[in-house]
Every structure is written in structure tokens, then in C-alpha cells.
Design a protein around this ligand. Structure first.
Ligand SMILES: Nc1nc2c(ncn2[C@@H]2O[C@H](COP(=O)(O)OP(=O)(O)OP(=O)(O)O)[C@@H](O)[C@H]2O)c(=O)[nH]1
Ligand SMILES: [Mg+2]
Length: 510
């Protein structure tokens, strides 16, 4: 039998079974900061004279119980007045959590019932909580920052290299979104578990690790289906998001212009909608009929309809934006000014290059997705034969990333059209990034999926001030026609101008 008691001494739950079997579901537990315990202790009887089992202790950790007391009952004992032996409490054990990197909990030696009765629980809890508080203060994570546990699932579909690069990128994405990755948990699976992505044992491990570091957010490196996300959240008891949601969050924080905000909201709603629908379905699957068509379902239906309406409104707005941009482009074409769009993986240095080439001050940052809104500036390139200058338009665009979330692709089509409508592209690559090869592949993949095939592109490697000769030689061999520059150190910019001039002379003869 397991009894759960709050700090006022009230019994809040009583269950027949082990602490594991009677455990309070994560979502029903009170939610406090990482330095607090749940304010609930469990007293459980146990028929075998043994120390608390691993599963009982794990349950304690998952629920962040104030303490777990195990009472070992012996078969022999007091003689009931009517005859027959009742349980007699032989040994008792007191277990509680400890904030220590290697140890999860401590268990007392066998104690007498009197000794346990004398224990001042509030005092004990006070001590543990202040240790947690100290521990967390030492971790130096600011209050407003999300404390993140990252989960990487390596399936047979990806190589180890690709998997590790992906995890590293996700850490950067989380940081850009305003979180700090405190720990990473990995699992190898031939394919993701259909309901929960990872197996049951791993979920326990994740939940425990999250408790221990006081995480308030779990980020999965793969995309979660609506039901997977929901299942994981119920079992872990902490908010679970996937890579797409992190990216959407960054975009939401970055969006400055009306157009940017519009596109981000559209993307977020499109991401949310199937998740609402999914929840509705799960509820109706519970049996159909009485009780399933309650206010919950109706409310979700209404919510869904409201969101759908909003999506259509936003889609109309994005269409208008698209029309507006295309009018602008037509005006430019009317003046016969050729246009070049800067494309590339996020953080390649596109905005830096635009700024250096055109003496502008577009926002640049060592962050992913610093740019959301396209900026167009004029600049001069030499024409190939006469050496005269010719004016062209250079447009900075939103950075790409591998597995660009489809709702974002859709929402940013107005921006991405700048790319398809340009006369030529400069594909900028950060050569100092270890994964530059896969960045090229991702960008080319996205370009090839665009509804209108973009113009010819000039491959330009950036940040050569930060790479060694070996890497430079390798890239030169693989891409003999590429240009190698440093946008921030202004290296080889003249060569770049000439090559852009040649490209333009070829695509838009003067
Ligand atoms: N060392 C070095 N750093 C550079 C160079 N060019 C750009 N950077 C740095 O790279 C970071 C990203 O530059 P941005 O210009 O914001 O990159 P972006 O491609 O516009 O990135 P998003 O807009 O986020 O897609 C900044 O910290 C720049 O200072 C370069 O040639 N050498
Ligand atoms: Mg930029």
C-alpha cells in the first residue's frame, strides 16, 4: 500500500501497489522551479524485508518526492484479539533525493519505526531544497533562459557524421532561440518508435535526467508527429518540442517588419493546426458516444475553425505581399537593372557581404537566421569587356537550413520569390564551418525544389580568413570555378565583382 502525504500532513492519494504502480502521473504533479521538490512524500509498505527497490527510487526521482519511506512488514507480529497475526513493522528505510551529479538519492540504514517518526520532514526538505538552489545558482543559467535537455535519435537513415552535425546545429538553434542546452541524451534505433520515438527505458532516462538538471524543456532533434509529441509530454511531464518548433520560435523572435511577422505567424499556425486536430482525434477515439463529445471537443473544433480562418486571412495577406513584391520587381526590370540574389546556409555571411559590397548596415550577427526580411541595395560591377561599371541590384535573403520546415517554406514564398526572380544567384558558403559540404547540398536541394527554377549561380566561399590551406585547397579542387573571399576582412572582393559582372553580362546582356 502506498500513501502520499503533502506538507500539511494531509493524505492526498492512496494506492494499492508499489510506489511505481501508484505513481502520480507527471502532468498531475504540482509545478515548481528546478530547486523545489514536489511537496509530497510517499510512505509505502513492502512485504519483503529488502531495501527500497530501484523502481521505487526511480519513481521518487520522477515525481521529485520530498521523501520515500518504506515500511517492511513481517508476516508474524501482533496477535489480533480474535487470533491471527497482523503485519508488524520491522525495519523502515528513509530515502530522499540528493542534488549531486553522480548520486541520485540516499537511503538510510534500517531504522526503527520510532526513529522515522521522529524525523522532522520539513527540516529535511528544507535542507535538500537549499542544496538544490545552491547547485542551480552555481550552474549560472539566467532565469529567463530555457533549461534544455536535448534528445538525439540516430536512426539507420543517417550517417554518424550527419547525426553529430545535426545535434551541434540544434544546440546552436536552441541558443539562438534563447535556451541553454544542459545535457544531451542520445539513442540509436533502427527506426523511430511509432508512438514515442524512443523506447520506454529511454523515456525514463530522459525524465530522470531532466529532473536532475532541472530542465524545463525537452528538444528532440527529429520531427515529432502530433501524437508523438503528446505521448512524450504525458510520460515525461515536461514540455517537449521538436527542431521545427525551435526554428519557428527563432523566426517569431526575429520578425521585425510587418511582412516578416505575417509570414512567421502563418508558419506557426500551419504547424499548430494538425496538432490541435490530432488532439481532437485522440479524444474521439476514446470510445465515441457519451462523454467524448463534451465541451473539450467543441472548444477544439471552434479553436480549429478560428485558426483555419486566420490562416486563410494570412495566406491572402501573403499573396498580396507577393503581388506587391512582384510589382516592385517589375519596376526594377522596367529600368533594366539586373538583379542578383544572395543565397546560402544560415550564418554564411550573406548580410556581411551585402554590407561590405554596398556600404549598408543590414543587421548581422553570429546567430542563425539573423535575416528574415530581404533587403535590396544597388552596387556596381565591371562589365567584362570594356571595363565600364554597370549597376546591379543585390538582394540579401533569409538563410537556408537543412530540412527547412515545410510551413516555413510556404510562408516565406514571397521572400523566396526574390530568389527565383533574380537574374542570377550568389551562393555563399561558410568554408570555415566543418559541415560546409552538407550545407551546399542542403541549399542546392532547396533551390531545386523551388516552383520556378532559379537563374544560374556563382559559388562563393566565404570566411577564408578562418580556414587552413588544406581546406582551401580541397575546396578549390572540388569547385574550380568558385570564388574565395572573406566578406568581413574584405579579401578578394574585386575578383568577386568581376565574376559577378561576367555572370550578369552572360545572363542579362546590356
Ligand atoms: N571570420 C569571418 N567571419 C565572418 C565573415 N563574414 C561574416 N562573418 C561572420 O559570420 C557571422 C554571420 O554573418 P551574417 O552576415 O549575419 O550571416 P548571414 O548569412 O546573413 O546569416 P543569416 O542572416 O542568419 O542567414 C557574423 O558573426 C559575421 O561577423 C568572414 O569573412 N570571416
Ligand atoms: Mg543575414
Amino acid at each position: 500500500m502506498s500513501v502520499y502525504i503533502n506538507r500539511r500532513g494531509q493524505i492526498i492519494r492512496l494506492g494499492v501497489g508499489t510506489p511505481r504502480q501508484t505513481q502520480i502521473p507527471p502532468l498531475e504533479l504540482p509545478r515548481y522551479g528546478a530547486e523545489r521538490l514536489s511537496g509530497i512524500r510517499c510512505i509505502s509498505t513492502q512485504l519483503k524485508p529488502e531495501i527500497p527497490s530501484e523502481s521505487a527510487l526511480t519513481s521518487m526521482a520522477l515525481q521529485r518526492l520530498d521523501a520515500l519511506v518504506i515500511l517492511n512488514i513481517t508476516g508474524s507480529g501482533f496477535q489480533k484479539r480474535g487470533g491471527g497475526a497482523t503485519g508488524y513493522i520491522q525495519d523502515t528505510y528513509l530515502a530522499h533525493l540528493v542534488p549531486h551529479p553522480e548520486i541520485n538519492w540516499t537511503i538510510s540504514p534500517p531504522l526503527s519505526l520510532d526513529a522515522v517518526s521522529d524525523q522532522d520532514f520539513l527540516d529535511l526538505v528544507d535542507g535538500i531544497e537549499s542544496e538544490y538552489a545552491r547547485d542551480i545558482a552555481n550552474q549560472n543559467v539566467a532565469d529567463e533562459i530555457d533549461r534544455v535537455l536535448l534528445v538525439g535519435v540516430k536512426t539507420d537513415y543517417v550517417t554518424t557524421q550527419r547525426f553529430n552535425d545535426g545535434l551541434e546545429e540544434l544546440v546552436r538553434l536552441v541558443e539562438t532561440a534563447g535556451g541553454e542546452v544542459l545535457q544531451t541524451v542520445q539513442q540509436k534505433r533502427s527506426k523511430p518508435h511509432p508512438q514515442t520515438v524512443v523506447g520506454e527505458g529511454k523515456i525514463q532516462e530522459i525524465a530522470l535526467a531532466a529532473q536532475k538538471i532541472g530542465a524545463n524543456l525537452i528538444v528532440f532533434d527529429c520531427n515529432l508527429s502530433p501524437s508523438q509529441g503528446r505521448n512524450l509530454e504525458t510520460q515525461i511531464g515536461i514540455r517537449v518540442v521538436d527542431r521545427t518548433e525551435v526554428i519557428l520560435d527563432i523566426f517569431a523572435q526575429r520578425a521585425q517588419s510587418g511582412a516578416g511577422k505575417l509570414q512567421v505567424e502563418l508558419a506557426q499556425l500551419e504547424y499548430m493546426l494538425p496538432r490541435l486536430t490530432g488532439r481532437g482525434l485522440a479524444m474521439s477515439r476514446q470510445g465515441g458516444g457519451i462523454g467524448t463529445r463534451g465541451p473539450g471537443e467543441t472548444k477544439l473544433e471552434t479553436e480549429r475553425r478560428t485558426i483555419q480562418k486566420r490562416i486563410s486571412r494570412l495566406q491572402q495577406d501573403v499573396n498580396q505581399l507577393q503581388a506587391h513584391r512582384s510589382r516592385l520587381r517589375q519596376q526594377r526590370q522596367h529600368h533594366d537593372v539586373p538583379s542578383v540574389a544572395l543565397v546560402g546556409y544560415t550564418n554564411a555571411g550573406k548580410s556581411t557581404l551585402l554590407n561590405t559590397l554596398t556600404n549598408s548596415e543590414v543587421y548581422i550577427a553570429d546567430q542563425l537566421f539573423a535575416t528574415l526580411d530581404p533587403t535590396t541595395r544597388r552596387f556596381n560591377v565591371p562589365t567584362s569587356n570594356t571595363g565600364e561599371q554597370r549597376q546591379i541590384l543585390l538582394t540579401d535573403t533569409v538563410g537556408f537550413i537543412h530540412e527547412l520546415p515545410p510551413p516555413l517554406m510556404d510562408a516565406f514564398r514571397a521572400t523566396l520569390e526574390e530568389v527565383t526572380e533574380a537574374d542570377a544567384l550568389i551562393h555563399l558558403i561558410d568554408l570555415s564551418h566543418p559541415a560546409w559540404h552538407s550545407h551546399i547540398r542542403s541549399v542546392m536541394g532547396i533551390l531545386s525544389e523551388m516552383p520556378i527554377a532559379p537563374g544560374p549561380s556563382l559559388i562563393v566561399f566565404n570566411k577564408i580568413d578562418r580556414v587552413d590551406g588544406e581546406r582551401l585547397a580541397q575546396a578549390e579542387e572540388e569547385f574550380p570555378n568558385a570564388v574565395f573571399i572573406s566578406a568581413s576582412e574584405r579579401l578578394s572582393l574585386e575578383t568577386l565583382r568581376q565574376r559577378v559582372g561576367q555572370l550578369i553580362a552572360y545572363t542579362v546582356p546590356a
